[in-house]
Design a protein around this ligand. Sequence first.
Ligand SMILES: O=C(O)CCC(=O)C(=O)O
Ligand SMILES: [Fe+2]
Length: 328
Amino acid sequence: MTEASEEPQRDVHLGTRIVRFPSEELQKMQDSNHFLGDPDMLHRELHDKGYLLIRNFHDRQDVIGAKLAVLQHIRKCGVSLQADGWRDGVMRKTCGIDNVPFMEGRNDITHSEELKRVFEGERPYKFFREFLGCNARTFDFKWLRAVPRDTFTGVHVDNVYMGRGTKHLYTLWTPIGDIPAEMGVVAVCEGSHRLPGFQILQDTYGSLDVETSRLKGTGWFTTDPFEITRRFGGKWKVFDFKAGDVLIFGMRTVHMSTTNKTEFLRLSCDTRWQSADKPADPRYIGNFKNPDPRFGLYGEEIKCEEEETTMDELRIKWGFDEKPPVTI
Ligand SMILES: O=C(O)CCC(=O)C(=O)O
Ligand SMILES: [Fe+2]
């Protein structure tokens, strides 16, 4: 019996698709905890699959402490949370992307004691020191996210946003709380960083710098996960995360997020890690200016001005001009 048939299936919203999980189309990630302490095997796993799922990477209580701090901050900032139930992150009915605070960059909440204990704590430093075989550094910039209902991150590779330093840069995605697939987790396309079928995507979209190319919009290649598997191959994978679990992947792994279909605000933070002695993308270390919401989720509403370009135009230039299929 396959694993897919042992577990009850649910509907998970993945971009423009509704997919049964677990199923052939959306499989469950396997963790790599058995390789902890063996950097060579961890590198081999990351090379084979394009991601490492590590359970209990952070201290669970520390992550729960960080969750409370973020929710308190959000509550202070406005009206996205219900007066009762805010401690669980229950959203008001009216809560949407426009009334959750933008928390990316370096600010009072990203660098609060509660969050630093997790995101710049001894555990990630120790992991990356061993994994990299040298001192590790993390960007000062933190991508702290509060994601409301019906919202998701589209398909992308991180290289398009942060490719100006070492290519050996790693994303550490940390769910802040228990986050099942229905609430908005990162979905990775296994094999997308190295399979020959993805070469054309990696040589075009994957090698883009969204700022130098003056791209307007999200920086996402598509919102349809199956456009990726149909054109290039790979397998979409997700997981029901518990507080403390993390996902690690490199700059060329194609990923997106599932849609938050719950009443709870989805909290997570992506941090970046690399060797301390390799060049770091200067936009995210030291004294950077905190960003305006520009790319990702917040890029959706932005209008295009002259000499700027859109993903639709670039897709035509790269030969991906067929319109994405109408879905659902
Ligand atoms: O949390 C999300 O919605 C997206 C996360 C992501 O793209 C990343 O960690 O690189
Ligand atoms: Fe990403």
